[in-house]
Design a protein around this ligand. Structure first.
Ligand SMILES: *Cc1c(COP(=O)(O)O)cnc(C)c1O
Length: 245
């Protein structure tokens, strides 16, 4: 590519992100209103895997308030390039216990906690630094063997166990649903997650807060909000299809 065509491609990408950002915000607002809530009550997190910091920072300049990375190495490499003044950085991927210390002072929330061992490590690394880390518990709502997350039947026990750990604060639930054939099927799954969220909230467990229900991605965030999501995680609909190298 010539230099001019590279610059044109870059500008097109910037313009596409601006356009997509506005479309997504509008759809989030519509779904919020349709579900009887305020648009401001729904958090839009951009899933930024494989996206260069220049484009992430452009989205932040448009008003994006949450970004999420799903790989420790990528987060650490990109960390110094993010403009995080008005934006919260979160971790949304599978997290190995031995990598917690690399991200603990960089992220505001870890969305993907699914074992007591991981919760304990996040807690002990937080206490070492004199902080408390907010976490979500990842639920494997489809009972898929190849996916992370706590099974529904174990969720209550799991929450009780980790509620006693100092150094973490449970703020809600996150899920990545199974691939569904149609929108009715995915809505049923989101509805089931929301029911869990409400049931746990009603139990008023010590140190367990249900402030955030993180579900819905590029293809289904509208349906997720209709069924009660308070945060959606959107990648490709904002930044375009991912290129993996
Ligand atoms: C990549 C990713 C998303 C967003 O996926 P898209 O389909 O690109 O919107 C959401 N959540 C997690 C955990 C991800 O890794």
């Amino acid at each position: 590519m010539t230099e001019k065509s590279l610059i044109d491609a870059d500008q097109k990408k910037i313009d596409d992100i601006t356009y997509n950002y506005n479309v997504i915000c509008e759809r989030i607002a519509q779904a919020a209103i349709k579900s009887g809530r305020n648009p401001e009550d729904i958090k839009f997190l951009a899933a930024t895997k494989t996206v260069a910091p220049r484009y992430i920072n452009h989205a932040i300049s448009l008003g994006l308030s949450y970004i999420g990375e799903n790989k420790v190495q990528e987060l650490v490499q990109k960390y110094d390039s993010y403009d995080l003044n008005n934006c919260s950085l979160q971790f949304i991927g599978h997290l190995q216990t031995n990598k917690v210390r690399q991200i603990i002072d960089k992220v505001d929330l870890i969305q993907s906690v699914d074992s007591v061992k991981l919760a304990q490590e996040i807690a002990s690394q937080s206490l070492k630094r004199g902080t408390i880390t907010n976490i979500l518990v990842e639920v494997n709502i489809g009972r898929e063997e190849n996916k992370s997350g706590v099974y529904v039947e174990n969720l209550f026990d799991f929450l009780q166990k980790i509620s006693r750990i100092d150094g973490i604060s449970v703020q809600g639930l996150m899920t990545i649903p199974p691939i569904c054939e149609n929108k009715d099927e995915i809505r049923k799954i989101f509805k089931k997650m929301n029911q869990l969220f409400i049931d746990i909230s009603a139990k008023k467990l010590d140190n367990i807060y249900m402030n955030c229900l993180s579900m819905g991605m590029s293809d289904d965030y509208y349906e997720a909000i209709l069924e009660g999501a308070t945060m959606v995680r959107i990648g490709s609909a904002l930044f375009g299809a991912r290129n993996y190298y």
